[in-house]
Design a protein around this ligand. Structure first.
Ligand SMILES: NC(=O)c1ccc[n+]([C@@H]2O[C@H](COP(=O)([O-])OP(=O)(O)OC[C@H]3O[C@@H](n4cnc5c(N)ncnc54)[C@H](OP(=O)(O)O)[C@@H]3O)[C@@H](O)[C@H]2O)c1
Length: 287
C-alpha cells in the first residue's frame, strides 16, 4: 500500500480525475488551473505482502544474502535461495524457513527450476579472484540469472552491485567490468522493475567458517563520519575513497523493499540513497 508524499503533478489535473470518483475533489477556481505540486517520492506503508509473493535470493547463504533472507522472512515472504553449496553451514533457526536450492549460475540449465513461481529476485552473487573469474562471477553469472528471470516472467530483479571507486577500479578491473555488464543487462531487460544497489564497503558480522568477524568495529564509526561528508566524495581522483560504509542490515532492508514494492523507483541507488531509504520511518526493519 502506498502513500504519495510529494509529486510533480498538476493539482487540478489530479482533481479532475478524482472528481469523476468523488465530487469533493472538484477544482472550481479558474486561477488555479495549473498549480504545480512538487514532490520527490512515494512512501511504502508497512503491510504484510500477499501470500502469492515469492522471493528468490541468489547467494542467500553469503554475508549479504543471509541478512536479506532474514529481513524477507521477517516481512512474511516466502523465501528461497540458490547457490553452489545450498544451505552450506548456516545453523541459525531462520535458515529452517528458507527453501534452499543448490545450483551454479555458470553451469547447465538445471538451476532454472529454482525460478518457478518466483515473483522477485535479489542477486548477491559476486566475488573476487583473477580478472577473468571476477568478470564471470560478477558479470556472466548475473547476466544468465537476469535472462532466465525474464524468460520465467519474474516481475522485479534487484542486483547488489558495488560503488564506483574511481581510480581504484583499475586494481579490480574484472570485478568492475563484470558489475557494469550485469547492470547494463538489468537496465535493458528490467526497465521498470530493475533496481541496482551500489554500496561501498558493507559492514556487519561476517561468518568465516565457524568464526564470526565483527566488521562493524571499523565500519560503523566510519559510516557516522563519512555520511555527513558527501562533498568530499566529489573531489577529483580521491573523492570516491570517501564513500561511507553501510551496514548490512540497511542494504538488506532496501533490497527487500526494492524487490517487493511495485512503485520503488527503478535504476541505480548509490550509497547515500541506500542510507536514506533505510532510514525512512514508514518502512522500519523487520522485527
Ligand atoms: N561485502 C562487501 O563489503 C560488498 C561491498 C560492495 C558490494 N558487494 C557485493 O555484494 C554482493 C554480496 O557480497 P557478499 O559479501 O555477501 O559476498 P559472499 O558472502 O561471498 O556471497 C556471494 C554469494 O554468491 C554465491 N555464489 C557465488 N558464485 C555462484 C554461482 N556461480 N552460482 C550461484 N551462487 C554463487 C555464494 O554461494 P556459494 O559459494 O555457495 O555458491 C554466496 O552465497 C556481491 O555481489 C558483492 O560484490 C559486497
Amino acid at each position: 500500500m502506498f502513500r504519495l508524499t510529494k509529486s510533480t503533478f498538476s493539482l487540478c489535473r489530479f482533481s479532475s480525475i478524482a472528481a469523476s470518483r468523488n465530487p469533493r475533489f472538484l477544482c472550481t477556481d479558474p486561477n488555479k488551473t495549473d498549480e504545480p505540486f512538487k514532490v520527490e517520492e512515494a512512501e511504502t506503508v508497512n503491510v504484510p505482502p500477499p501470500p502469492s509473493e515469492k522471493l528468490l535470493v541468489l547467494g542467500g547463504n553469503g554475508f549479504v544474502g543471509s541478512c536479506i533472507c532474514r529481513e524477507a522472512l521477517g516481512r512474511g515472504l516466502t523465501v528461497a535461495s540458490l547457490s553452489r553449496t545450498g544451505r552450506s553451514s548456516i545453523q541459525e533457526s531462520w535458515a529452517n524457513n528458507v527453501i534452499w536450492h543448490q545450483g551454479n549460475l555458470l553451469s547447465d540449465d538445471s538451476w532454472k527450476d529454482a525460478l518457478k513461481g518466483v515473483t522477485s529476485v535479489i542477486s548477491c552473487v559476486g566475488g573476487f579472484g583473477s580478472n577473468s573469474y571476477m568478470y564471470k562471477i560478477n558479470g556472466t553469472a548475473n547476466i544468465n540469472a537476469i535472462r532466465a528471470a525474464t524468460e520465467e516472467g519474474v516481475k522485479r530483479f534487484v542486483y547488489i552491485s558495488a560503488a564506483d571507486f574511481g581510480v581504484a577500479n583499475y586494481l579490480l578491473q574484472g570485478y568492475y567490468e563484470g558489475k557494469r555488464a550485469a547492470e547494463t543487462e538489468l537496465l535493458t531487460r528490467y526497465t521498470y522493475g530493475g533496481v541496482i544497489l551500489r554500496p561501498g564497503f558493507i559492514y556487519g558480522t561476517r561468518r568465516v567458517g565457524s568464526m564470526k568477524l565483527p566488521l562493524g568495529v571499523i565500519g560503523s564509526p566510519l559510516e557516522m563520519v563519512l555520511q555527513h561528508a558527501k562533498p568530499l566524495g566529489q573531489l577529483p581522483l580521491v573523492g570516491p575513497l570517501f564513500t561511507p560504509p553501510v551496514n548490512v542490515t540497511a542494504v538488506a532492508k532496501v533490497a527487500v523493499r526494492a524487490a517487493m514494492d511495485p512503485v520503488f523507483p527503478p535504476g541505480i541507488i548509490d550509497v547515500y540513497g541506500i542510507l536514506r531509504y533505510s532510514q525512512q520511518k514508514s518502512y522500519k526493519s523487520s522485527p
